[in-house]
Write a new protein. Structure first.
Length: 365
């Protein structure tokens, strides 16, 4: 019996010697680590897919209740508050912040503090968005019950439509998911992601209903990138010099298109007279119009046509000393993406594009 064991051990050693011969020290360890890394990536991908699918399923099932919640918040003459406990509370804080920065003033009310005096922050006419996946969180229910007695309307975010919280609410947004992304089925994962996404959807729907603009957003974010950019003057953001797309009136359509392509690829070029004054602008919108007019015509578009015959005359302009905020407002009102910058002689000194204001351009100071 011992001899049999010894032979088996010998064969095993020989097997290991052959493996070591073909795989230098460290390679086997590296192979094992790579396999483990792939497993980790697969697990991460599975979680992301699970949570993404939960949002897609929720989007497909969205109903008229969502519209009712939007209309009620729009009509609210008081304040909007959010409350929750644990992970739901964390999500509630984020939703409150998103609402506040996009035109719907809101604040987060901590349940413990609310039950010990901070409930006085609420009054009749206010709306309280209460978050609880189970709909049975004791602290949330206590706050909602007390708030309701003050004349505050409750809107519930819960995964249980027949819960105590849903019964206290005038409207309920369903946050139920088929399963949590957590392998144990315990940690709030897919449910909190869906709740956060619903909060974002609510905030963005309200933003559009209020006609909230990038300019308004910047007013609420004076320290942010956009807020800072809107405080620049147009001349600080404009494209100028070698970066300025400009052609003379006698240039051909082919030459104008080439200039548009070479200079920033923003779909526009300025057109100037022989004396240098701005006489027009040619945009990709003009090109689409020209192609549409020639569609089916006997003669195709002639690329040798002088750009003066095709440009838009008397384009909107702005002074370089104007604020970027003014430029953005003009673009929004007139539904355009570019403004020619001219001096007191009517000669172009630059061009400012929507991307230059919103952050995709380069600031030259």
């Amino acid at each position: 019996m011992p001899e049999t064991v010894k032979k088996a051990s010998g064969r095993e050693n020989e097997h290991n010697r052959i493996i070591a011969l073909h795989h230098p020290p460290g390679v086997l360890t590296l192979i094992a680590m790579c396999a483990q890394s792939d497993d980790i990536i697969d697990r991460g991908r599975k979680i992301l897919e699970e949570e993404g699918n939960a949002i897609l399923r929720k989007a497909a099932g969205l109903d008229g209740t969502f519209s009712e919640v939007v209309r009620k918040l729009l009509a609210c003459g008081g304040r909007v508050a959010l409350t929750g406990v644990g992970k739901s509370g964390t999500i509630g804080e984020k939703i409150a912040a998103t609402l506040s920065s996009t035109g719907t003033p809101a604040f987060y009310l901590r349940t413990v503090e609310a039950l010990h005096g901070d409930l006085g922050m609420l009054a009749a006419g206010d709306i309280l968005l209460a978050l609880s996946n189970s709909g049975e969180t004791a602290e949330v229910l206590a706050v909602c019950d007390a708030a309701k007695q003050l004349g505050v309307e409750i809107i519930a975010f819960t995964g249980s439509s027949d819960s105590s919280l849903a019964r206290l609410a005038v409207l309920t947004l369903d946050t139920a998911v088929e399963r949590e992304a957590c392998p144990l089925g315990l940690a709030p994962t897919a449910s909190t992601t869906v709740t956060l996404a619903l909060g974002d959807a609510l905030a963005m729907a309200l933003l559009e209903e209020r006609n909230f603009t990038a300019e308004n957003y910047a007013d609420f974010h004076p320290g942010g990138s956009l807020g800072q950019r809107l405080r620049y003057q147009v001349k600080d953001l404009q494209r100028e010099g070698d970066d300025l797309p400009v052609v003379p009136e006698q240039a051909t359509l082919s030459e104008a298109i080439g200039e548009m392509s070479r200079k920033g690829n923003i779909g526009v070029t300025l057109v100037v007279s022989a004396s240098g004054e701005l006489s027009g602008i040619l945009s990709d919108g003009d090109l689409r119009r020209i192609l549409a007019e020639k569609s089916g015509a006997a003669e195709p578009v002639n690329l040798e046509t002088p750009v003066k015959e095709l440009m838009s005359s008397n384009p909107l302009t702005i002074d370089g000393d104007a604020s970027a905020k003014d430029a953005l407002q003009i673009m929004e009102v007139r539904s355009i993406t570019s403004l020619a910058v001219i001096n007191h002689l009517g000669k172009p000194t630059g061009l400012v594009h929507l991307h230059d204001i919103l952050g995709r351009g380069k600031i030259v100071l």
